[in-house]
Design a protein around this ligand. Structure first.
Ligand SMILES: [Zn+2]
Length: 304
């Protein structure tokens, strides 16, 4: 059981080939930014595994596919540590492990999705270790996480990692219109650009004024840094110095934008320059974490 899925998400090439050629590994880690649609991709992959037609992608029409879409397939077990921290505790993990050895109840396979797996404790990961090392033949484990290195190396070594690709800008704008109806077309376009292909982040930009303010300031910051405009960088970052966590969020957003091809293209920033700016932003984020003096960190952003 899990949550409903609006529509199947296309599988990225490595996954599609694995499913088509019937060589899908039993332990996968889908790595992507928060809001990039990792869970939707995991559910679509579960659908592809369970689909009666077995064409690669889920067909979306057969009974198993319809059940996956409705979030009611009994062989798809989704636990999300971000939405339900209790589900990642030791006892539920032991139950999950026991269920994995029971085999599917209605479908051709059983699929466990562990969303936001970076939140699994060491103990909980250790409980799963043996079953992901030698999973029953008809059992699949799909971990989703923002950074695979937050998993224990012993767990990670048993998983194949696939990067969740960012959603294209047009597709992203369309998804946002579907999720947050009633905005002007240019608002969707702006949010699609600022969220760098993570529709979940785009949704926040459209619905939370603080997220929108931060994303716009992050763009101004990157543009000012690219233009070696120290005053502009200061004007963008200074209002966020009131809170370290807000400042951290600003730098993180700016670092993501500094790597966004569309923004670089629009502003004529060469990719190498974008990468250098990103490095500086990440260094600044580290200094913030080490309780550095924020006005000084801001001043350094605009230099070089
Ligand atoms: Zn199907």
């Amino acid at each position: 059981m899990g949550e409903p899925l609006n529509r199947p998400v296309p599988l990225p090439q490595p996954l599609l080939s694995m499913v088509r050629e019937d060589r899908l590994v039993h332990g996968l880690c889908l790595e992507g930014e928060p809001g990039s649609g990792r869970a939707a991709l995991a559910l679509s992959l579960a659908g592809a595994i369970l689909c009666q037609r077995q064409r690669g992608e889920m067909c979306g029409e057969c009974t198993p596919c319809r059940k996956v879409l409705a979030g009611v397939h009994s062989d798809v077990i989704l636990t999300d540590g971000a939405k339900d921290p209790e589900s990642f505790k030791v006892r539920p993990m032991r139950e999950l492990r026991a269920a994995a050895y029971q085999g599917p109840s209605e479908g051709r396979a059983k699929v466990f999705i562990l969303a936001s797996a970076q939140l699994l404790s060491r103990e909980s990961q250790n409980i799963l270790l043996k079953v992901i090392e030698e999973p029953p033949e008809d059992t699949f484990f799909i971990f989703t996480c923002d950074n695979k290195y937050k998993l224990l190396p012993t767990v990670l070594s048993r998983l194949v990692t696939v990067a969740v690709p960012p959603v294209g800008e047009e597709e992203c704008a369309r998804l946002l219109e579907e999720r947050v109806p009633g905005k002007a077309p240019e608002e969707y376009r702006e949010a699609a650009l600022l969220c760098c292909g993570s529709p979940g982040v785009g949704e926040e930009i459209l619905t939370q004024p603080q997220a929108a303010k931060r994303a716009r300031a992050a763009r101004s910051l990157v543009e000012a840094m690219a233009a070696r405009d120290a005053y502009g960088a200061m004007a963008a970052a200074t209002p966020f110095e009131k809170s370290r966590s807000e400042y951290a969020a600003l730098l993180e957003t700016a670092a993501r934008l500094a790597a966004a091809p569309r923004l670089l293209e629009e502003k004529g920033i060469p990719p190498a320059r974008g990468a250098a700016l990103r490095e500086r932003l990440l260094t600044a984020a580290e200094r913030n974490q080490q309780n550095g003096y924020l006005p000084l960190i801001t001043a350094l952003l605009g230099v070089g």
